[in-house]
Structure formats: structure tokens, C-alpha cells
Design a protein around this ligand. Structure first.
Ligand SMILES: Nc1ncnc2c1ncn2[C@@H]1O[C@H](COP(=O)(O)OP(=O)(O)O)[C@@H](O)[C@H]1O
Ligand SMILES: [Mg+2]
Length: 262
């Protein structure tokens, strides 16, 4: 299994050198294996979004080292960070962040436009993604004409536009009623199981977190609990069923069992 996210001693401070200097993350260390559906839970103000901004290469840590797919993000320049964001990461936010007065289709096409993909391919892929999230029929609707759950489905299609290896979702069900939140959660399960995406799911809904492979709990800028992998990540599960010789699959199980014990 390969590590996609590797955080080592991540510290984040704001207002550095000023009288009101604030340390929000106090040294977080954990790795996430490819194909894991991991939840990050914690109360409001615990530092979840600050951590997400770092994992998503939207911001750099003040101290510590962050490797994303082996690439050092802590020291990368702005141009590198934005290229990485565009290619490797799909973002989903609580408040959807769709572009208003712009169709669902164009919203989904936008990251591909930035990624330099031509009009025909952009259009076809955006329609395919809207089909996956069951929003094909609303392709030409603007965000103001969609319900919260529909907007979030479009936002998830947009997050998938450049076929990122990681989906980072910051309280994606937080603004939805529980039934709609359920549909959005099902969609994440589908992307995880069918496409082997690594999903980092930030939430304060413990019931939804309980459905994922691993739960990392943070409080006041520290990791206070980490279940480790409770299931094998889907990608590995698929491999062990088909491609791997028996021995290899077993050693994978052993590695997971070892993690569980800690
Ligand atoms: N850019 C910033 N400048 C100053 N303080 C910030 C900034 N971003 C977040 N914070 C502070 O960091 C703390 C954690 O915020 P946040 O990461 O948004 O928590 P959560 O997402 O868990 O609710 C809060 O006290 C917040 O006010
Ligand atoms: Mg937040």
C-alpha cells in the first residue's frame, strides 16, 4: 500500500511575530494510505479546516513536513501548489462554493478548463460526471435553481473533474438535512468503492464517521485519537481479491491487523 498523505509534526500559527500570535495546530503527525476513506472529527474550532487547508495545499504549515504523493508541500512554491491542487485534489465544501449564474455543466468543466483540457473532452467528461452523481438532467441549471443536496452533488462532480487521487470534503453534509446528507454520503462511498479514491471526510457527525475506514479525532489542534484502519481500504480489498497471490493478500491483512492493535 502506498502513502498519499504524510504529515509530520505539522504546526500552524497565525499572526506570526505579532502580539496576538496564535498556534492552532500543535504538531500533527499521521499518514493516510491510498484508497482509504478516512474521517477527521472534532468540535467546531478544533482546527479541522486549518488542517484541511494544509492537506489540500491551500496553505503551508508553519513548521513540520507534509508530503503529498511523495512531494514536499511544506516548501513548494505557489505555482507548484496550485498545479498540485488542480491535478491531485478534489475539494468539496459545506457551502458548495459553486459559481453562481453559471450552469452545473460549466461549474464541472471549470477545473478542466484550468487544467488545459479541450472543449469537447471537457463537455463530455462533465456530462459523464453529472451522470455519475445523478444530475445529468440538471446540467443546464444554475446553482440558484438547485436544492442544497443537488448543489452538493454538482460540487462532487466538479471535485472529480480532473480525476484527482484525493477528495477532501470539509463538512460536506453540514448544511444538509439528514436524508440529503445520507445521499451525499452514499455518493462518497460509491466513489471510494468503485473508483478507489482516497477520501478525507471532515465532519462532526459521529454516525457518518463510523461508516468510514478510519477515524482521526482532533481537539484543540492535536490528534487525540486514531482508530487506525478498521477495514482494509477498498482499493487494497479489491487487489487482494483478484490480482494478488494469496500470500501477498495475507500480509496485507496482517499489516492492517497490526495497526488496529495500537
Ligand atoms: N486565517 C486564520 N487566522 C486566524 N485564526 C484562524 C484562521 N483560520 C482559523 N483560525 C482559528 O483557528 C481555530 C480553528 O479553526 P478551524 O480550523 O476553522 O476549526 P474547525 O474547522 O474545526 O471549526 C479557530 O479558533 C479559528 O478562529
Ligand atoms: Mg471548519
Amino acid at each position: 500500500m502506498s502513502t498519499v498523505i504524510s504529515l509530520n509534526g505539522i504546526v500552524k500559527r497565525f499572526y506570526i511575530g505579532q502580539p496576538n500570535e496564535l498556534e492552532i495546530l500543535h504538531g500533527m503527525t499521521f499518514d493516510v494510505e491510498a484508497g482509504t476513506f478516512v474521517s477527521i472529527v472534532g468540535q467546531s474550532g478544533s482546527g479541522k479546516s486549518t488542517l484541511m487547508n494544509i492537506i489540500g495545499a491551500l496553505d503551508r504549515p508553519t513548521e513540520g513536513k507534509y508530503l503529498l504523493d511523495g512531494l514536499d508541500i511544506s516548501t513548494a512554491n505557489d505555482a507548484t501548489l496550485s498545479a498540485i491542487r488542480n491535478k491531485k485534489i478534489g475539494f468539496v465544501f459545506q457551502t458548495f462554493n459553486l459559481i453562481s449564474r453559471t450552469s452545473a455543466l460549466k461549474n464541472v468543466e471549470l477545473p478542466m478548463l484550468y487544467g488545459g483540457i479541450g472543449p469537447k473532452e471537457r463537455h463530455d467528461r462533465a456530462m459523464e460526471l453529472l451522470r455519475i452523481v445523478d444530475m445529468e438532467e440538471r446540467a443546464l441549471h444554475q446553482p440558484s435553481e438547485l436544492s442544497g443536496g443537488q448543489k452538493q452533488r454538482v460540487a462532487i462532480a466538479r471535485a472529480m473533474a480532473n480525476n484527482p487521487s484525493i477528495i477532501l470534503a470539509d463538512e460536506p453534509t453540514g448544511a444538509l438535512d439528514s436524508r440529503t446528507g445520507r445521499l451525499v454520503m452514499d455518493l462518497f462511498h460509491k466513489l471510494h468503492e468503485e473508483q478507489g479514491k482516497t477520501i478525507v471526510f471532515i465532519t462532526h457527525n459521529n454516525e457518518l464517521a463510523a461508516e468510514t475506514d478510519r477515524i482521526i479525532t482532533i481537539a484543540d489542534g492535536n490528534v487525540i485519537n486514531d482508530t487506525g484502519l478498521r477495514n482494509k481500504p477498498t482499493a487494497a480489498r479489491k487487489l487482494s481479491q483478484s490480482d494478488l497471490p494469496e500470500g501477498a493478500a495475507e500480509s496485507g491483512v496482517a499489516a492492517v491487523a497490526g495497526k488496529e492493535g495500537k
